[in-house]
Write a protein that binds this ligand. Sequence first.
Ligand code: NAP
Length: 282
Amino acid sequence: MPAQLIDGIALSQKLRAEIAARAAALTAKGKQPGLAVILVGDDPASHVYVRNKVKGCEDAGIYSLKEQYPADMTEAALLERIAALNVDPTIHGILVQMPLPKHINPHKVIEAISTTKDVDGYSVLSAGELMTGLEGFRPCTPYGCMKLIESTGVDLRGKHAVVIGRSNTVGKPMGLLLLQANATVTICHSATPDLGLYTRQADVVVAAVGRRNTLTADMVKPGAIVIDVGMNRDDAGKLCGDVDTAGVKEVASFITPVPGGVGPMTITMLLMNTVEAAERTI
Ligand code: NAP
């Protein structure tokens, strides 16, 4: 039987309705959640991402402050702006859209954001909180992947999860979240000699590579859950993931499509983190 598609659009809609209800409850108490989104420069893709984040806020009843600066903004000016937002009581989350122009150090910028407002979960402190199991903000994409896995109803306790990719924003936090959910975790990367050796043993595979057809049907254990984080283009220019979906869906039990799987969940989890940040101030 072909795999069931995990519908990221439907799950996002359900979660966004819950987020909107929580935002409305906060607003009724005079504490409307607020997200500041800072964009420096003219990267066209960044403009689209920022627009979608702002629209997500508006739809959920979250106040959004969009600040756009020219590409020659100095690092000092950006840090100064973040410092002001850190103490602004109407702002509960601060997001600086990446990539930044080359003369600005992204690490310095991320570390300048107050941990209580780091709704992207990218700072060293947020990473440490995740690693040590403390309450903190989970990076949005892996957090969304966990929600997609949860939606299958499969308990991860004792399951073997294989993550392909070890980036700080996706692969590594994904591994930690799966570990926290009591899975046994293997993380693979570009120096892993025989990827299939590991993925064939996996009850759950999360592919976060950025290369299409990284995971093919012969590399998947029958009945596995497959989460496809990748965003690539096929020869016709159509959006596709890291997984050969047509082949793998004949073997897996659940699979996320691209588009319509992980993608919609990322902004949803950003909104959820923003509401959580506001709730923590009460
Ligand atoms: P990244 O920083 O480039 O990391 C890619 C990871 O894949 C690296 O750890 C790399 O290993 C590993 N890798 C590369 N080639 C490999 C191979 N042949 N076999 C096994 N592992 C390999 O990318 P990222 O930011 O994590 O993103 C990964 C993908 O997810 C991209 O397509 C990105 O566009 C997509 N993405 C989607 C969303 C969404 O909302 N849908 C959000 C974030 C990212 P090394 O560490 O050894 O180099």
